[in-house]
Design a binder for this molecule. Structure first.
Ligand SMILES: [Zn+2]
Length: 239
């Protein structure tokens, strides 16, 4: 096999492996989006639950105040009735004093109840907003999951086909190249790299010694002296 034929096959192999990487990246990106949406939903639920607990607390507080206010009002009525049947001036004055204190307490409770009710209303408005947010996050997660499913289905099929094509190309290369390819298969972004700008490795961007470039051009399986990837001359190159 001559150097040109090797170069042609290596170019095809490179494009094929690039495509596999691209497809894998698409899946990864969709997975990342889905996991970000999942975290967002979890956070939204946490915020909602906290607010829900606050609303519960405010509800209990408002109910307690209302109950207290009812009791004070009842006491006040009873004392006012007793006022008419007071047996002495002393008893009358004592009741008057009690009634005055109860009235003050009644006013205070009425104010506190109003404040509690308006706080409760505010908490409820916020809670509704948070509930809406949970719903929105849930919808966004659903969309991201569906999109991931679609991308996976489409990409996984193409990845398999493209990997098969890559294997076929590797199989048709000289034995020496096949050995390098299988040994370097674990390398990130693939086992091969083009020589760019006449004497730079296209993967690690390090300059290559002239004898290495010469060997690559003449069709001898040669690896980058820096990153170790199997080098090839790109088709567009004039060398
Ligand atoms: Zn390199």
């Amino acid at each position: 096999m001559d150097a040109n034929e090797i170069s042609r096959l290596m170019n095809q192999l490179y494009l094929t492996l690039e495509r596999v990487n691209e497809l894998r990246y698409q899946i990864e990106r969709a997975e990342r989006v889905a996991s970000v949406k999942e975290v967002a939903l979890k956070n939204a639920i946490g915020v909602y639950e906290k607010q829900s607990a606050l609303k519960q607390k405010l509800t209990v507080a408002a109910q307690t105040l209302e109950r207290e206010a009812t009791q004070v009002a009842e006491t006040l009525n009873r004392r006012r009735e007793q006022l008419d049947s007071a047996k002495s001036d002393r008893e009358y004055e004592a009741l008057k004093l009690q009634i005055g204190m109860d009235e003050a307490k009644n006013d205070r409770l009425a104010d506190e109840t109003l404040t509690a009710l308006s706080e409760l209303e505010e908490a409820d408005t916020v809670l509704n907003k948070f509930r809406q947010n949970v719903q929105e996050c849930d919808n966004a997660l659903e969309l991201a999951k569906n999109s991931l499913k679609t991308i996976r289905r489409a990409s996984e099929k193409e990845i398999l086909e493209t990997e098969t094509r890559a294997k076929d190309i590797i199989g048709s290369l000289p034995r020496e190249y096949v050995g390098f390819c299988s040994r370097l298969a674990h390398k990130e972004d693939g086992p091969i790299a083009p020589v760019v700008d006449k004497d730079y490795c296209g993967a690690c961007n390090q300059s290559l010694p002239p004898d290495v470039v010469l060997k690559v051009s003449s069709g001898v399986a040669t690896c980058c002296t820096s990153c170790g990837k199997l080098l090839f001359i790109p088709e567009s190159s004039d060398s």
